[in-house]
Write a protein that binds this ligand. Structure first.
Ligand SMILES: [Zn+2]
Length: 271
């Protein structure tokens, strides 16, 4: 072996050693920072609500790089392009046709979510407080979302997450909401941890990561609630989460393995 080759190999080994020890050190730092149990590893599942947003492909890129299976709870109205198609063909307003193009792009992203092996669930048709809806409105929201999203579901029953968790948190007082989901072939998926990333005051520094890590290291296992979309008529999505997710994952990985949703929800059978 030439001395140059020897030098190359030894410097390569040295840099690999340095990288791994820096990473180990980082994990020690984070475990201390968040008061994590010394020898415990958690099993967590990432879920994203309120999409499809135009930042969703960025979230998908990160998940693909990190080999993480996630669940996306989609708002039916974001991918119901028929409403824009009619307005585009009848109206003279160019904005309507632009809205149609954006909607068709979101549908493409929805296909990509499925193709890349993630689960798709319904977040209903509109982001309303479901326990306050009339029986007819409740049925119509659930059924319209089902009509739109049916081709993208891969489990039986299909997952559903109620906007604001309304009808889930308060199911004792408002049992009609969970009952309607069941009637329509859905199973409700709540969350055990939240990044509270919808709240603007958390959208800086490491606040969102801090929220997840603190809840996890206090002993919670299960599903983490994050957002790729914004529920109002705004289609860009949660830019801060999409931008920083790639930095948060290695820190979560110090104490957690990422598992698919059916690790916790055995009732979700492939169809
Ligand atoms: Zn939501």
């Amino acid at each position: 072996m030439t001395s140059i080759l020897k030098l190359f190999i030894s410097s390569l080994l040295l840099s690999l050693f340095l990288i791994s020890s820096v990473m180990a050190q980082d994990c020690d730092y984070y475990k201390k920072k968040y008061n994590c149990p010394v020898d415990k590893r958690f099993k967590i599942h990432l879920s994203f609500d309120d999409g499809v947003g135009s930042v969703t492909p960025q979230v998908l890129d990160t998940l693909k790089r990190e080999h993480i299976p996630a669940t996306f709870f989609i708002l039916g109205n974001k991918v119901d392009c028929q409403q824009y198609r009619q307005r585009c063909s009848h109206g003279r307003n160019k904005n309507n046709c632009q809205s149609l193009q954006l909607c068709l792009q979101r549908r493409q992203t929805l296909k990509r979510i499925k193709q890349e092996g993630h689960l798709i669930g319904s977040h209903s048709y509109q982001h309303l407080h479901h326990s306050q809806l009339s029986p007819a409105e409740l049925q119509s929201n659930i059924q319209r979302s089902k009509q739109i999203l049916q081709p993208f579901f891969t489990t039986e029953p299909a997952p559903f997450r109620l906007p604001y968790g309304d009808g889930w948190f308060n199911q004792k007082d408002k049992p009609q909401v969970m009952e309607a989901l069941k009637q329509n072939g859905f199973t409700h998926i709540g969350w055990e941890m939240s990044g509270f990333d919808w709240d603007k005051k958390n959208q800086h520094g490491t606040k969102i990561l801090d929220n997840v890590m603190t809840q996890m290291c206090s002993g919670r296992n299960g599903t983490v609630l994050l957002h790729d979309g914004v529920f109002e008529n705004e289609h860009e999505g949660r830019i801060f989460t999409a931008k920083h997710l790639a930095e948060w994952i290695p820190v979560m990985r110090c104490v957690a393995d990422f598992v698919p949703l059916n690790y916790y929800h055995k009732e979700l059978k492939p169809r």
